[in-house]
Design a binder for this molecule. Structure first.
Ligand SMILES: *[C@@H]1O[C@H](CO)[C@@H](O)[C@H](O)[C@H]1NC(C)=O
Ligand SMILES: *[C@@H]1O[C@H](CO)[C@@H](O)[C@H](O)[C@H]1NC(C)=O
Ligand SMILES: *[C@@H]1O[C@H](CO)[C@@H](O)[C@H](O)[C@H]1NC(C)=O
Ligand SMILES: *[C@@H]1O[C@H](CO)[C@@H](O)[C@H](O)[C@H]1NC(C)=O
Ligand SMILES: *[C@@H]1O[C@H](CO)[C@@H](O)[C@H](O)[C@H]1NC(C)=O
Ligand SMILES: *[C@@H]1O[C@H](CO)[C@@H](O)[C@H](O)[C@H]1NC(C)=O
Ligand SMILES: *[C@@H]1O[C@H](CO)[C@@H](O)[C@H](O)[C@H]1NC(C)=O
Length: 251
């Protein structure tokens, strides 16, 4: 009789945490997003990840007033005249063939990137709100003409990307998509930008984008859950032990 009760409560002590573990595990399967990229057929050859370039704008007194480091990829849907159909093309900006220029004012700063070979002009305009001391990417314009393709010219003045605080740089390691127009989007990779408040030609401390923070959040959640699980198992074990002791005394 003693043996049976003892075995029973021990079993409960082990099985209960296992059930809990199974439930928690299932919960996590839904929390963690699938990281595998969709493998849809790409009509054009994939140019791969763009190379990271560093671009700067200097003010009249010769100091850098805007600094940006990023890989840039243009995603454009356009009509191909010889093919007589709409094609989607993904083009990487090559840093060593790209020239940067621009301007800095107290509440706006612009970065203009030009590549001679493709006759591509890409302009980013940042706006600083001088009351809230926050800046953001407010405007992007792109004009490009490739051989065999219709020229592209888009301008969007109502964007709200790369929101940062004056005195900090804005950083986003993960790929970020800037939707400029219905047929034009820009993918940025390993981005760090500071359009205002530069001191000494160097980036100030960085504010990380939400995408990067979410990435860091998952290991934190998993760690916390594991710690919680250990506590549950311990508690269940201790309760199980107490019960089995109680079992001895009543018999
Ligand atoms: C250069 O000009 C900027 C404003 O355009 C100013 O903030 C900065 O202090 C100046 N730097 C020097 C070395 O004068
Ligand atoms: C380009 O844009 C189209 C639609 O706008 C999208 O389906 C496609 O995944 C994008 N490609 C890349 C490489 O971002
Ligand atoms: C282009 O294709 C459309 C149908 O897809 C056809 O009606 C049109 O005649 C074609 N134009 C030329 C110039 O081939
Ligand atoms: C630019 O860089 C690419 C890849 O790194 C290289 O293949 C190409 O020769 C370079 N072009 C020039 C003009 O330096
Ligand atoms: C600047 O920020 C303040 C406070 O967030 C806001 O009330 C104001 O409308 C902003 N100004 C502009 C021009 O966006
Ligand atoms: C500008 O971009 C915003 C955000 O992507 C979009 O909602 C808006 O339709 C765009 N405007 C134009 C003229 O394409
Ligand atoms: C945008 O793409 C659609 C096809 O997806 C095409 O019919 C349209 O002409 C394009 N618009 C511009 C402005 O290129």
């Amino acid at each position: 009789m003693k043996q049976i009760i003892r075995v029973h409560s021990r079993c409960l002590g082990v099985v209960l945490p296992l059930i809990l573990a199974a439930i928690l595990h299932q919960g996590f399967a839904t929390v963690a997003p699938p990281t595998i990229a969709p493998t849809t057929a790409v009509p054009h050859k994939d140019p791969g990840r763009p190379e990271r370039g560093t671009y700067s704008v200097t003010s009249q007194n010769g100091t850098a007033c805007l600094l940006a480091s990023m890989g840039l990829q243009l995603n454009i849907t356009f009509k191909s005249v010889p093919q007589n159909k709409t094609v989607q093309d993904v083009v990487n900006l090559q840093p060593n063939l790209t020239k940067s220029s621009g301007s800095c004012e107290s509440d706006t700063a612009s970065l203009q990137l030009t590549t001679d070979a493709d006759k591509t002009i890409l302009t980013f305009v940042f706006t600083l709100n001088t009351t809230s001391h926050k800046y953001h990417l407010s405007e992007v314009s792109l004009s490009a003409s490739w051989p065999d393709k219709e020229p592209v010219s888009v301008h969007n003045r109502s964007l709200n990307y790369m929101r940062g605080t004056l005195g900090y740089s804005y950083m986003c390691h993960k790929e970020q998509t800037l939707n400029v127009a219905q047929n034009v989007s820009i993918n940025t990779f390993q981005l760090q930008v500071q359009p205002f408040g530069l001191t000494g030609d160097k980036f100030a401390a960085a504010e990380e984008c939400q995408l990067d923070e979410d990435d860091m959040l998952i290991p934190i959640i998993v760690g916390a859950a594991l710690a919680g699980l250990v506590i549950i198992v311990l508690l269940a074990y201790l309760i199980g032990r107490k019960r089995s002791h109680a079992g001895y005394q009543t018999i």
